[in-house]
Design a protein. Structure first.
Length: 229
């Protein structure tokens, strides 16, 4: 399990959990989850979103496998027939942000072929190998990313909203890196729900629409519904 920044560098990893532990158990047993829950994590102070004057906390962008928390932003439930337009836009933009971690894992596995197969060694050595690869990946991205990371290794979306899947998708890393299933009931508190709703309204505000109007149209094409007039 890992986090990354917008430059495809890992900022946090948890390696070595046993496969018998549930997906929710993996997250709940990490020191990061405990620190975030107790407000002990060293996060930046809340900062206003561009074009606003209300401080908004820094959050981790996650998928449906994780609970909604003030520090953990997940999509609205995918009830396509019941979702309102603003929720569809929110989910689409959050999904685009999650491309960063997908690309980070994709670049890592594309460049280090040992990850294309099962690592046949002790658990301790396998953990050390994975940690070393993460460190080497970050070092290469920081010092020599022109040769280590090529644009064609990145999954992206162009200005017409066309999704571009590139080379790392053909490698078949999904056999060893899988999407997490649902952690458990999403009983979010009012603060978490309020933050998500605030971000939802920001995504459909004139400020955000002016920045990327083509994404707004792409949202409804993805859900096969007509955009609002």
């Amino acid at each position: 399990m890992a986090l990354c920044d917008a430059n495809y560098k890992f900022t946090w990893v948890d390696i070595g959990q046993f496969g018998s532990i549930s997906d929710g158990g993996v997250w709940n047993q990490t020191n990061l989850a405990a620190d975030l829950e107790s407000n002990a994590a060293d996060l930046p102070e809340p900062t206003p979103l561009p074009g606003t004057d209300i401080p908004f906390p820094y959050v981790i962008v996650a998928d449906e496998a994780f609970p909604l928390k003030p520090y953990l932003m997940r999509p609205f439930p995918r009830r396509v027939t019941r979702m309102i337009d603003e929720e569809r836009v929110f989910n689409y933009r959050l999904c685009r942000a999650r491309l960063c971690i997908e690309n980070t894992f994709g670049i890592l596995t594309s460049r280090w072929r040992i990850l294309h197969r099962k690592i046949c060694c002790s658990i301790e050595n396998a953990e050390k190998i994975c940690k070393a690869l993460v460190c080497l990946h970050n070092l290469a991205m920081s010092t020599n990313n022109n040769q280590y990371f090529l644009p064609e290794w990145r999954c992206a979306e162009n200005y017409e909203g066309i999704h571009l899947e590139n080379q790392w998708h053909a490698i078949g890393v999904a056999e060893y890196f899988k999407e997490l299933s649902r952690v458990g009931p999403n009983r979010a508190g009012p603060l978490s729900l309020g933050l998500r709703n605030y971000l939802k309204e920001y995504f459909v505000s004139p400020t955000r629409y002016a920045q990327a109007p083509w994404q707004f149209q792409r949202t409804f094409r993805e859900f096969n519904v007509n955009p609002p007039a």
